[in-house]
Design a protein around this ligand. Structure first.
Ligand code: PFF
Length: 480
């Protein structure tokens, strides 16, 4: 058996610190901004069902595998994969999996920061009473105006990137723990209040039906965002697993899986913590937040005759309506956007941590310099996203295959969430059950070999997860 390592970056003070930090990483814009708008674009119920299934049968096993690998390796994902590859008698080329994550996290943060910037701006808009008694037309116009100003978007993107870098420079196990401890419950309570308002709109049941009544045609046949099926020359609907891929990609995105973020948090995890229990808790909290957000938003969409397939602006064009018209809305609205920024903040830190940890380990850099370099580089790439919503909204940089008609932002989002993360997750699954030995995985997971729980994890990871991801990818590249 291999001697257990310790991390040079420090360790969480307890298992709870890890749960909080990992939940902080998981719960973010993915739950509150992305989940509702992609659910709207992809027709609701069936999409949500597949997303939930993906969380249960792919997300949880891969989360366990990723935390386990992180704790065994105790270094940045690149070095962890390098060492564990050799330790398992395979090759050091597994380090490329670490690299996939470093690049993926970097690219995600570049646009994540821009969207978090929108939430920052909306704190001030809401606090200033902009939305008091507003109607749908006004809220839409306000958002349109905002998004059309590259300078404003750039300003908030800069502020958010600075916020992220300050925390990363200090090291992840400082204030993060405290912030998340207070943030998560508050966000939860606020979402419940917003669901309360959604009930009062009179369209709550319609919102629920949209979220939970599956219509598989919407999922399995090509359609425009939010409606209209696309037909082939014979006038028939065109089968695709692309929306299944989007649901699966989102399961990875929302749980922060497939790119080493959870792996690096796992590397700071003390040895007495149960990985299975913590993974369940994190996945459950994350899913609850997303579903509450959906329940708060869709009734408002229908009560105001808005289009659920509006795209990335969806929450910014619906929630202000709720805040503008509910009692205490100015207060709750301001608080909501503050909490959303916090949630995004605790996620953004984990996006860049693998890259920073690698610079510290391999290039002998100080955390501060590593953070500054990464921050500036990431900020620069973020400019592409800023411009995607205005000056370059008709620019389609890679105009073929799945990237057809996509802006820079769309391309970055698709490439990272729907390709890189599932690919990373697949590699993590393969590594943990085909390359690592059963004795080292059971030892690190703190599960006895041949117990039901261990065998369940092993079976899911070895067959279900791997095959599911492969089938969806095979469809994407036209093999099936
Ligand atoms: N899970 C985060 C969210 O849902 O907003 C986003 C994210 C963070 C994705 C960290 C990937 C990651 F490694």
């Amino acid at each position: 058996m291999v001697r257990r390592r310790t991390s040079i970056h420090g360790e969480w003070s307890s298992r709870w610190a890890f749960v909080l930090a990992a939940t902080g990483s998981a719960v973010g814009l993915g739950n509150i901004w992305k989940f509702p708008y992609i659910t709207g674009e992809n027709g609701g119920g069936a999409f949500v069902l597949v997303y939930l299934l993906c969380i249960a049968i792919i997300g949880i096993p891969i989360m366990m595998a990723e935390v386990m690998i992180g704790r065994r390796g105790r270094q940045s994902p690149v070095n962890t994969m390098y060492n564990l590859g050799i330790e398992a008698g395979s090759t050091s080329h597994w380090k490329w999996l670490g690299w996939l994550g470093v690049v993926g996290g970097f690219l995600i943060l570049s646009y994540y920061s821009v969207i978090a910037g929108w939430a920052l701006d909306y704190i001030f808009k809401t606090a200033a009473g902009t939305f008091t008694n507003a109607n749908a037309e006004f809220v839409s116009r306000t958002f349109g105006h905002f998004i059309n100003s590259p300078a404003t978007l750039l300003f908030w993107h800069t502020v958010f990137m600075l916020m992220t870098m300050v925390v990363v420079a200090k090291g992840v196990n400082g204030g993060l723990e405290k912030a998340v401890r207070f943030l998560m419950p508050s966000l939860f309570v606020l979402l419940v209040i917003m669901v309360g308002y959604a009930i009062s709109t009179g369209e709550f049941m319609r919102g629920l039906a949209f979220l939970f009544e599956p219509n598989f045609d919407n999922l399995l046949y090509k359609h425009e965002a939010g409606g209209q099926f696309i037909l082939n020359t014979d006038g028939e609907k065109i089968f695709t697993l692309e929306y299944v891929l989007i649901a699966m990609g989102h399961a990875f995105f929302t749980l922060s899986l497939g790119m080493g973020a959870i792996m690096i948090y796992g590397s700071y995890l003390p040895h007495n913590a149960s990985i299975a229990k913590t993974s369940f808790m994190i996945a459950a909290a994350d899913t609850a937040v997303a579903l509450l957000a959906g329940m708060a938003i869709f009734p408002v969409v229908f009560a105001n005759q808005l289009d659920p397939g509006k795209g990335p602006g969806l929450i910014f064009e619906t929630l202000p309506l709720a805040f503008g018209n509910m009692p205490g809305g100015m207060f709750f609205g301001t608080l909501f956007f503050i909490l959303l920024v916090f949630a995004a903040w605790s996620s953004s830190i984990s996006l860049i941590e693998p890259a920073v940890a690698w610079l510290v380990e391999n290039k002998n850099m100080k955390r501060v310099s590593a953070s500054v370099i990464m921050g500036i580089a990431c900020w620069l790439v973020g400019v592409l996203t800023v411009l995607s919503f205005n000056v370059w909204k008709n620019v389609h940089p890679i105009d073929f295959w799945v990237f057809k008609n996509k802006t820079f932002f769309d391309v970055l989002d698709y490439l990272t969430a729907n390709i890189m993360l599932p690919l990373g997750g697949l590699a993590i699954a393969i590594f943990s059950v085909w390359i690592m030995s059963r004795s080292s995985t059971s030892d690190e997971l703190d599960m006895k070999e041949n117990t039901f729980a261990y065998n369940l994890w092993y079976f899911m990871t070895r067959y279900v997860t791997t095959i599911a991801v492969l089938v969806v990818f095979a469809n994407l590249v036209g093999l099936i």
